[in-house]
Design a protein around this ligand. Structure first.
Ligand SMILES: [Zn+2]
Length: 153
């Protein structure tokens, strides 16, 4: 049977793939995650040239490109600067719905940290103060979710 493929209806299929991966977070990222795991502290780093404090810390300054080697502890409290509430359940989400992804401007930092808020979503708005809720030491593994979530205070 000869078929002219230019005349065949084009169909699509929907699918999903999960792609497990492992990547090195670098020395600066490792220092950040070790502080979460071992000390339940949030550290950033300060650019020696422009004094910008980054959280999470980074290897060099995004403004002046200086290498950064000065680590600083920042507060575990801050202010929500932006957020979105997630109600759609999806397998790759970090926690069950509903929850919010939020940008949190921690006291002592100059940039916002992206994390999650699980409770009191009806009270969530830009400008509310939040505090990091750390997992118990035995549950912390050196992962951003060693901070279980942020809670409105
Ligand atoms: Zn700088």
């Amino acid at each position: 049977m000869t078929v002219n493929l230019n005349q065949v209806e084009s169909l699509t299929l929907q699918g999903q793939i999960a792609v497990p991966y492992t990547w090195w977070v670098g020395r600066v990222g490792s220092r950040f995650l070790i502080a979460l795991r071992d000390e339940a502290k949030i550290i950033g780093n300060r650019c020696n040239r422009c004094n910008t404090v980054y959280v999470p810390p980074r290897g060099n300054c995004g403004s002046c490109f200086e290498d950064i080697d000065q680590f600083v502890e920042v507060s575990n409290e801050g202010v929500v600067s932006a957020y979105t509430v997630v109600r759609f359940k999806y397998p790759l989400q970090p926690v069950d719905t509903p929850f919010a992804y939020a940008l949190i401007h921690l006291d002592g930092a100059d940039v916002s940290l992206a994390h999650i808020i699980k409770a009191d979503l009806d009270k969530l708005k830009n400008g509310v103060r939040v505090r990091a809720l750390f997992k118990e030491r035995s549950e912390r593994t050196g992962h951003i979710l060693d901070i279980d979530s942020f809670q409105i205070i």
